[in-house]
Design a protein around this ligand. Structure first.
Ligand SMILES: [Zn+2]
Length: 56
């Protein structure tokens, strides 16, 4: 489950912890941001177009 992993901004190691790095105690951030944000008002249109393409 790659999307559950966090990456330490200080040492660059990956971890499954959510609060702080188990190696150096640094801050963690998600290495791969979500493709679709709630603010993306065009996301639903892209999904609709993809569905159309899938039918052909
Ligand atoms: Zn670290």
């Amino acid at each position: 489950m790659v999307w559950l992993m966090r990456r330490c901004v200080d040492c660059g190691r990956y971890t499954l912890k959510k609060d702080s790095c188990p190696y150096c105690g640094g801050k963690l951030r998600i290495p791969h941001p979500a493709k679709f944000s709630p603010d993306d008002k065009y996301a639903k249109y892209r999904v609709a177009m993809r569905n159309v393409e899938a039918k052909e």
